[in-house]
Write a protein that binds this ligand. Structure first.
Ligand SMILES: [Zn+2]
Length: 284
């Protein structure tokens, strides 16, 4: 009897022992994979300049001092919301790039459908990834200024910040593509009168939008596409994002383009760049 108990204990302890060893193997493998993943993320986080004013998610919900519509009415020569409604022409715009994860894929889709677009680039990211900027330019798309670090210009509320952000981006882009963009899009679309007046003095056109894809919410591609297709009108400027925070994913944006472009073309729309749509120069 005693021997049986001993044998049972021996078998039980062997079983438990092997389980523990196995569990250790699994968790050490997990830890290894996780730490590798963490390292990869950290590398991206170190290299990819982040949006200084915070994520789209947190910032977009804040109050806007004057609506974009009010600003457009007050400064019609400078602030542009859309093109003429007399022709079925529309413009796709992409913000927050160049992004090494997603911009290339967006360019591939645009090339596939032979459609031009307008990219509002962050100076810090252009500086980090000049080859992507060159590719955007080479493939016939137009580049605009989207500030250097993507600050919240309403919160920072001083012209000095705007001036630095703009001129640094302008210099960076000029070095890479050989022109100073005339188009500016404020981070988060945040503006107030003094900023618009400064931008007007610096010969910028402020390019806003009438169709907001809200793609930064990372909804399924069908949902993004349906929203854009439903809201598009002659002269529309469509807001999308090829770049994002280090943990953002623009895969759904890219997929949605494969639905948006052919569907709107079927409806008779022609895709053009923003300067073509509103008939303004793209460089200073
Ligand atoms: Zn942005």
């Amino acid at each position: 009897m005693k021997a049986k108990v001993l044998l049972f204990l021996l078998i039980a302890s062997l079983l438990i022992g092997s389980l523990v060893v196995h569990a250790n193997e699994i968790s050490s493998k997990d830890v290894k994979e996780e730490s590798q993943l963490k390292q990869e993320r950290k590398n991206l986080q170190d290299k990819l300049p982040q949006l200084q004013g915070g994520t789209e998610k947190s910032e977009r919900n804040r109050q806007q001092p004057l609506t974009l519509y009010d600003l457009q009415k007050k400064y019609p020569e400078t602030v542009i919301l859309h093109g003429p409604s007399t022709a079925k022409k529309i413009a796709l715009t992409f913000d927050d790039g160049p992004d090494p994860r997603f911009t290339g894929q967006v360019l591939d889709v645009l090339k596939q459908y032979n459609v031009p677009a307008t990219f509002f680039l962050m100076g810090s990211r252009a500086n980090a990834y000049p080859d992507i900027v060159k590719r955007i330019n080479k493939e016939g798309h137009i580049i605009g200024n989207h500030s250097y670090w993507h600050p919240n210009l309403v919160e920072e509320a001083d012209i000095g910040t705007l001036e630095r952000e703009i001129s640094q981006t302008e210099e960076t882009l000029n070095k890479i593509i050989g022109y100073r963009p005339k188009l500016f899009r404020p981070p988060y679309g945040f503006l107030y009168e003094a900023l618009v007046e400064y931008l007007a003095k610096k010969e910028f056109n402020v390019i806003l939008w009438t169709v907001d894809s809200l793609d930064w919410q990372e909804d399924p591609p069908e949902k993004i596409a349906n929203k854009v297709i439903k809201e598009t009108h002659p002269g529309a400027i469509i807001l999308m994002h090829d770049g994002g925070e280090w943990d953002a994913d623009r895969t759904n944006t890219i997929e949605s383009l494969r639905q948006i472009i052919p569907e709107l073309q079927k409806e008779g729309y022609e895709f053009v760049t923003v300067p073509q749509l509103v008939n303004i120069p793209y460089k200073k």
